[in-house]
Write a new protein. Structure first.
Length: 281
């Protein structure tokens, strides 16, 4: 059957109509377009899921208020010159951004069959995970802002200025992104919302076996030893250096290296479980 052209405007001709009975073939798009399509779907879903955002703000604000209310005088008496509020702010923000991901939404897609339907499309498999992570990066950087605003309200300032604040937000975003590999790996492996919810337990060794509440020089015994090998120790040191102490390239480099070490482990697990689910599908 011959095809027909349709005028859609002055001197414009549309693409030919498909002949009746001819097959419909899906057209492969670019990798970036695949990633963006997954990311924009995830970002659009966030306003409909306040249960994801609100707890992520309440918990760090609670710990920040409790710690500066109960430990500030004690810490400042024990360590002369310590600005305990500035010291605690990075801990609060790391609490806000760690473990926040679209992994629960991924579990919902797996259980509903939507994820399996995506696997039969020409969309690149890696983009199914990276698109979610792009949305995660935007979310965790946004979550850092209200907690940072609270720090400003109680008198915390950046000695490194506006540029230091931007680097601070970028580092917290990268840390949050690096940690998302763990819940995604669990989601892809189990497809269980309970297992994904329990993945936050993985954060506790990072959070409390480190310099979260006291400076490194104040730690003793086995806690000091564990903190020395905890990546979060170096992340917190990098974030705190931006608040007080001025630009410290070595400290910032060590913080980036800590983020990279966690990212290599977590994202390797996530990619391995993605390959496994694709193979099973």
């Amino acid at each position: 059957m011959a095809t027909q052209s349709v005028r859609v405007g002055p001197n414009a001709t549309a693409a030919p109509r498909r002949a009746a009975g001819s097959p419909i073939r899906a057209r492969r798009t670019s990798f970036l377009a695949d990633v963006w399509s997954v990311a924009i779907r995830s970002l659009r879903a966030l306003p409909r899921e306040p249960e994801v955002i609100i707890p992520s703000l309440i918990i760090p604000v609670f710990f920040f208020a409790v710690n500066i209310g109960t430990l500030e005088d004690f810490a400042q008496r024990g360590i002369a010159g310590l600005d305990f509020r500035a010291f605690q702010l990075p801990t609060a923000i790391v609490f806000a951004v760690t473990g926040v991901s679209r992994a629960p939404a991924l579990v919902t897609d797996i259980q509903s069959g939507y994820f399996d339907r995506m696997l039969v499309t020409p969309m690149r498999r890696l983009s199914l995970l990276l698109g979610l992570m792009v949305a995660d990066l935007a979310l965790v950087m946004a979550l850092a802002l209200p907690v940072l605003g609270l720090g400003f309200l109680v008198g915390v300032r950046f000695e490194t200025g506006v540029l230091g604040a931007l680097v601070f937000i970028a580092l917290t975003g990268l840390w949050g992104l690096a940690f998302t590999g763990f819940p995604y790996a669990i989601a892809l492996k189990t497809g269980s919302p309970g297992a994904v919810g329990a993945s936050f337990i993985l954060f506790f060794p990072f959070a409390f076996l480190t310099t979260a509440t006291l400076p490194r020089e104040a730690l003793t015994g086995w806690l000091a030893t564990i903190a020395e090998f905890n990546p979060m120790t170096y992340l917190l040191a990098a974030l705190r250096s931006l608040l007080y102490g001025g630009w410290q390239p070595q400290t910032l480099f060590e913080g980036l290296l800590a983020i990279l070490s966690v990212a290599v482990v977590s994202l390797s697990l996530a990619l391995a479980t993605l390959r496994g689910r694709v193979a099973r599908g």
